[in-house]
Design a protein around this ligand. Sequence first.
Ligand code: NAD
Ligand code: MG
Length: 389
Amino acid sequence: MRKVSIFGATGSIGQNTIDLIARDPDGYDVVALSGGRNIVQLAHDAKRLNADVAVTAYPELLPDLREALDGSGIEAAAGKTALTEAASRPADWVMSAIVGAAGLEPGLKALEQGATLALANKESLVAAGPLLMATAKAHNARVLPVDSEHSAIFQGLVGEDMAAVERIIITASGGAFRDWPLEKLATATLAEASSHPNWDMGQRITIDSASMFNKALEVIETKEYFGVRPDQIEVVVHPESMVHALVGFNDGALMAHVGAPDMRHAIGYALHWPERRELPVARLDLVAIGQLTFRAPDMQRYPALRLAYEVMEKGGLYGAAFNAAKERALDHFIAGSLGFLDMARMVEDVLDKLSAGAADLMQPVTLANVATIDHLAREQADTLLKQRA
Ligand code: NAD
Ligand code: MG
């Protein structure tokens, strides 16, 4: 039996992971599950999978979680320290599916105890790529990508030599507003930004897909995970979301990964790696699909993409600043205090302020420095919002 833990178990990726694990009850021994405010779901899954411990991120919800788990023998815990403690418990495979920079520390703890970290939490690579990858190396642990594009690239590289890789192309659906006239984008509402044409995901990543901040994070994720140069990474808009990524080699060959838009593929690949096992995902009927289309991303429509390349050029802790400013801008968009297009403007302003006033603080990438810059960037975003009002 493999010991597994799932952080962010109540979310979209977490639930898809549980769907796969629950199909093979004799295959897995569940150590820890974590969630947020959805105590009913967390307790339900902890009991169903007979976890050792269930952790909610929110200390004030501990009594509710205790009550929901009463009589089950499953330990209830809450808060940040409990989360990192749970991530330190020995496990063979750990799913990192918390949304946002909050996923970084549990991921590092899992790597420190030598686990294979299935990484959906792209924010940890954006904020602290060098730290995460070095921690894996130091502890003989492994990070496996779970983002669909990065799983696709990873699969395209099996048996290949990185020296023969010329370029990596990741696809973008274009999100909810890909066909909207540019003038209308400024008025996009929360409800409009919260529905995705092809993927069923958590609310935050769905909005990030509409603004292309998700693709911006993924471009940086590609650089950090695969160690390629920024100029080797391309983005193409592919509205059908069936080709997830392509790897281009020095002989002109492009290896494309094609599959239905279902995260259980990328999760299942990371779960069973290095084997392939049968997965409950749709099989594509290419004749019925008929055609797949590709187009260039419009940089005017998607300033987030331009920012990603600037962030990679600067390196150091600019990724941490970029991610934190984006998270805060998104908080404000969700709260109704910032317009859709103002998110990218706010992120750019935060980056400008930090390069002007805090350039000497922007490295090295240690956990403490990531926390400092994350905090500074969020504070700066709030200050900019107040100045606007
Ligand atoms: P979600 O919002 O559906 O779930 C997020 C999970 O994190 C929940 O369990 C929530 O309780 C928990 N959480 C939220 N804030 C937390 C905090 N501060 N501390 C601890 N736990 C917290 O999100 P999702 O769509 O499942 O995405 C999870 C991660 O996977 C994100 O990093 C996202 O970018 C990435 N990802 C998601 C998809 C997808 O299809 N949903 C695809 C690729 C990558
Ligand atoms: Mg993705």
